[in-house]
Design a protein around this ligand. Structure first.
Ligand code: BJ8
Length: 422
């Protein structure tokens, strides 16, 4: 609408580039999402969120800012949303799941770099994302080399606070990470001008746990056969989790789960007889990167779980709600986040064990490991994943891809061959 255009313009969004982006999104969405059969009625809310992707939520962020509130952007599930909220801020996950502003990005980054990193730089430099342009600060991390070094450059364009993520889980690593969470709390207090109190922190821990529990409930329902909901719809919900209003989102996911519980009781769902049950694992799939899930689910399979940061890694553990002093809660937060099975950990046995466990719990016929091109951590760790799964008799296919559509045919051929073999 005209009002939205005015709002985008006032945020400094490049309207022409934005029009080009919006010209691609709806057709893709229609093709990938609205074409699915037997979708739960509860998906209506999430379809609405996508149709308003740069509309209603941005209005809400602007209202928050007009009242003196701050908006903080994040690119990694290590960034503790609880802390941002406890200081009165709103945390939004910035997506970077599409190739955009490549020419601009390649002026400051090497050409051969992870598409996710190139995308976030491209988004910022081409000023195309109203979420990015609403942010008062971006939180970066030292997970992989690419991100770590790219955040130094991004800091030229927007203030970036970088959290140092340990790459092992020994006591001294925990101590470092805990101090990083502590520093982050101070940085949020400084940014927002609000003190974090034990009350505000406990409240936000509970709110964010509520969101995680709703997602976990959804996830649990997918253990049933037939699966009551598609992997694509689940992924969409997991993507929206990163930026939607926490309480509204939680309520909507819980409502959807009630519908899915009825489906499970009736033995109905989206999985057709003969459909293979697949777990996808690997690098995060940010909006609108639905390429591989779409191919999988149009080739005779249903995805039953995502061992991804846009998936289980985001919500599988909750923060202890024991309360106590501020320091004790910071401790609990640090503990929960250090359990995230990112490939930046070395060695990463915990992730291997988790994938095997998931394959059993979700009664999966196989695992498809998907890495973005140039992502060293996941591309190299694919070797460990493959080895572990084979030792456990679980079929696995490893793929490497980017945000382009050129390899669609080739991916389809490989995925179909894998599914036929199961
Ligand atoms: S916790 S997975 S969200 S770092 S794909 S930029 S690793 S070169 S995204 Fe991640 Fe946090 Fe880990 Fe999760 Fe680097 Fe690989 Fe690119 Fe990546």
């Amino acid at each position: 609408s005209a009002d939205y255009r005015k709002m985008w313009e006032s945020l400094g969004v490049d309207l022409e580039a934005h029009d080009r982006l919006m010209g691609v999104l709806p057709p893709t969405y229609g093709n990938v999402y609205l074409s699915q059969e037997n979708r739960p009625a509860g998906m209506e809310y999430f379809d609405f969120v996508i149709s308003e992707v740069h509309g209603q939520r941005i209005v809400e962020l602007q209202e928050h800012k007009a009242g003196g509130g701050k908006v903080v952007g994040a690119f990694c599930v290590f960034v503790p949303e609880e802390v941002v909220r406890a200081a009165g801020g709103i945390c939004v996950g910035l997506c970077s799941g599409v190739e955009i502003g490549r020419t601009q990005a390649e002026k400051v980054l090497p050409r051969s770099i992870c598409p996710l990193i190139k995308s976030f730089m491209g988004f910022k430099l081409s000023r195309v994302c109203p979420y990015f342009e609403s942010c008062d600060m971006v939180v970066g991390e030292t997970t992989c080399d690419g991100k770590k070094k790219a955040f130094e450059i991004l800091n030229d364009y927007i203030p970036v606070h970088v959290m140092e993520i340990p790459q092992m889980r020994r006591d001294k690593d925990f101590a470092l990470w805990r101090s990083e969470v502590r520093d982050f709390a101070l940085a949020m207090e400084e940014l927002t001008g609000n003190k974090i109190t034990p009350e505000s922190l406990l409240r936000s821990i509970k709110e964010v746990n509520g969101k995680r529990r709703a997602l976990l409930r959804l996830s649990e329902l997918r253990k049933n056969s037939p699966a009551p909901i598609s992997g694509k719809d689940s992924l969409l919900i997991e993507q929206i989790a990163m930026y939607d209003d926490v309480e509204r989102f939680t309520a909507q996911v819980n409502e959807l789960c009630e519908e899915l519980e009825t489906r499970v009781k009736e033995g109905s769902g989206v999985q057709k007889p003969g459909d293979m049950r697949i777990i996808v694992s690997g690098t995060p799939m940010a909006v609108p990167n639905w390429k591989v899930p779409h191919i999988i689910e149009t080739s005779g399979a249903v995805i039953v779980a995502e061992e991804l940061c846009t998936g289980l890694r985001y919500f599988e553990n909750t923060v202890a709600e024991d309360g106590g002093s501020l320091e004790q809660m910071i401790d609990a937060i640090a503990r929960r986040y250090l359990e995230i099975n990112c490939a930046c950990f070395s060695p990463n046995r915990q992730r291997m064990e988790r994938i095997v466990q998931l394959a059993r719990d979700y009664r999966a016929d196989g695992v498809i490991h998907v890495s973005l091109a140039f992502c060293d951590p996941y591309l190299i760790e694919a070797n460990r994943v493959e080895k572990t799964l084979k030792e456990n008799g679980i079929p696995v296919l490893t793929l490497e891809t980017d945000y382009g559509q050129e390899d669609t045919g080739q991916l389809k051929t490989r995925i179909e061959a894998f599914l036929e073999m199961l």
